[in-house]
Ligand binder design. Structure first.
Ligand SMILES: CC(C)(COP(=O)(O)OP(=O)(O)OC[C@H]1O[C@@H](n2cnc3c(N)ncnc32)[C@H](O)[C@@H]1OP(=O)(O)O)[C@@H](O)C(=O)NCCC(=O)NCCS
Length: 471
């Protein structure tokens, strides 16, 4: 299990722990009062870690999040039906949100399906009761039969007719956690077996959920398992790894992708090829239905939900439809944050000392790397005449080291210099020459600096000069 390779590396540092707590508070205040839907596959409920997962859900409900649970029950229904010697047939339906095959639930099977679905829902109920959180298993889904599809009678297999939003909101406003088993009822009270993927999608859309969690045993997409279309944009990604132009973690999981990227991955691999792709397909549908972020996580990893929710490194694969990360110009209110990034480096003599006033004076030269409205890296481009500019004050939050933030800051500053028509960028460094060489810079003599810069060159620092020619 390698869910947090980057953090663990820095965990011994108490400042890092404080940073984690800050990050958690940031996300807590950002999402408090918003609705989150958790689609949890049945095998997760069989895992020894399941009680901890339910505890985390309870914690979220107690902290002010509106939590809705959609338990998947497929494997449990299979085993109950097997026990009663009932064989299920499946159909491939065009409009299945996850492109998975759909069980044809016969009238004979329906009572067993209902029993199994409620049994699984009750596991959540029991776990939440143990954490003193009120939960309600309700008839929040109005269903209707699918009828005859492609010549096959789908019998008691249904689809979502309507999500009963008012009833759900009533329960949520009382602090309860609604649990929606995979059953929908017709207005006449007839039960239908409705795929839980579809319920999760529809309830997320109907409640305007900001997040949908798809909790399974897969934990998102592993880059090595899929092919990627060549046209996927790589330059804007944090880090690319072998075979995948998308941002991946050290464990090979794709950390996050946009709906356009998800679409391209599905088109290149076939949406129904395997369960992780089916989950991606569901995530994409949810994203198109207005859910800002869909997280696909491994329910066996302890704390996976909290990590995904309260840190912007996460532990699974996230599909995001909103603005997530960007490099932007420095704003006055960022100055304290970047001083915090630079302070330890200035004290070690790695960066030249700068005060808030000096930064403010050169504010237009600076850019910051923001993830979810929090600054995690910075850098500046100072012009010195003679068509040359200095790249300076490049610093990355140690919690976000080795994720390509520094590279992207430098790349952005180089782009800026090119747009200004400059011929060369240079950097003065005492500790980081290898990194700049790795980025293509080459050592040059101090005498090649613009005259103005030579005049203020601090000979006591004995910085080396590295330059990159732009034309
Ligand atoms: C140098 C610095 C900006 C790199 O930031 P970052 O966001 O971690 O860097 P990236 O993710 O873009 O690049 C990471 C790669 O560079 C390598 N790297 C990082 N710091 C390095 C250094 N000082 N020397 C050589 N290589 C270095 C990493 O090993 C990693 O290699 P990999 O991709 O093969 O795993 C960051 O370490 C930092 O803030 N350093 C202190 C301030 C500083 O030296 N600034 C430059 C002077 S202006």
């Amino acid at each position: 299990m390698l869910p947090l390779p980057i953090r663990i590396k820095h965990m011994s540092n108490s400042l890092s722990q404080v940073d984690l707590i800050r990050e958690a508070f940031h996300y807590q205040s950002r999402f408090e009062g918003s609705t989150m839907v958790f689609k949890i596959d049945f095998p997760v409920t069989e895992d020894p870690g399941f009680p901890f997962l339910v505890k985390d859900l309870a914690l979220l409900a107690q902290t002010g999040f509106r939590v809705v649970i959609v338990p998947g029950a497929k494997e449990w229904i299979d085993s109950v039906l097997r026990e009663y010697d009932i064989v299920s047939a499946y159909a491939e339906l065009d409009n299945s949100p996850s492109h998975s095959s759909t069980r044809i639930t016969t009238a004979e099977a329906m009572p067993f399906v209902e029993m199994a679905a409620f049994h699984v829902a009750a596991r959540f109920m029991t776990g939440l009761a143990g954490s003193r959180v009120d939960a309600v298993i309700g008839n929040f889904v109005r269903g209707r039969g699918l009828g005859v599809v492609n010549g096959r009678d789908m019998e008691n297999t249904g689809t979502v007719d309507k999500i009963l939003v008012d009833s759900l909101n009533k329960a949520l406003s009382q602090g309860m956690v609604p649990i929606l088993p995979c059953i929908g009822y017709s207005p006449a009270g007839k039960p239908y077996n409705v795929p839980s993927d579809e319920i999760a999608l529809e309830v997320s859309a109907a409640l305007g959920a900001v997040k949908l969690f798809i909790v399974s045993l897969n934990g998102g997409l592993r880059a090595a398992s899929y092919t990627f279309p060549k046209n996927l944009e790589t330059s804007t990604r944090l880090r690319s790894s072998e075979g995948s132009p998308l941002e991946t973690g050290d464990d090979g999981r794709i950390i996050r992708l946009s709906p356009q990227e998800a679409e391209a991955v599905l088109a290149a691999n076939g949406a129904a090829k395997d369960r992780p792709l089916q989950e991606l397909s569901l995530a994409l549908r949810a994203s198109r239905a207005g859910v800002e972020r869909v997280h696909i996580i491994d329910g066996r990893e302890e704390g996976a939900i909290l990590r995904e929710l309260f840190s912007n490194l996460g532990s699974g694969t996230m599909l995001y439809a909103d603005e997530y990360e960007s490099i932007r110009a420095l704003r006055s209110r960022d100055i304290l944050n970047i001083l915090r990034l630079m302070d330890p480096l200035m004290r070690q003599g790695i960066l030249v000392r700068r005060t808030a006033e000096q930064i403010l004076e050169k504010k237009a030269d600076f850019v910051v790397f923001e993830i979810d409205e929090q600054v995690h890296a910075c850098g500046a481009l100072h012009e010195w005449g003679e068509a040359q500019a200095e790249i300076a004050a490049v610093a990355t939050d140690p919690l976000y080291a080795d994720m390509g933030l520094g590279r992207r800051i430098v790349g952005c500053l180089i782009d800026r210099a090119k747009k200004k028509g400059l011929r060369r960028v240079f950097v003065l460094t005492t500790h980081t020459q290898d990194w700049f060489e790795f980025l293509g810079f080459r050592e040059v003599p101090v005498e090649s600096l613009p005259v103005k810069r030579q005049k203020v060159y601090d000979h006591s620092r004995r910085s080396k000069v590295f330059a990159l020619d732009l034309i």
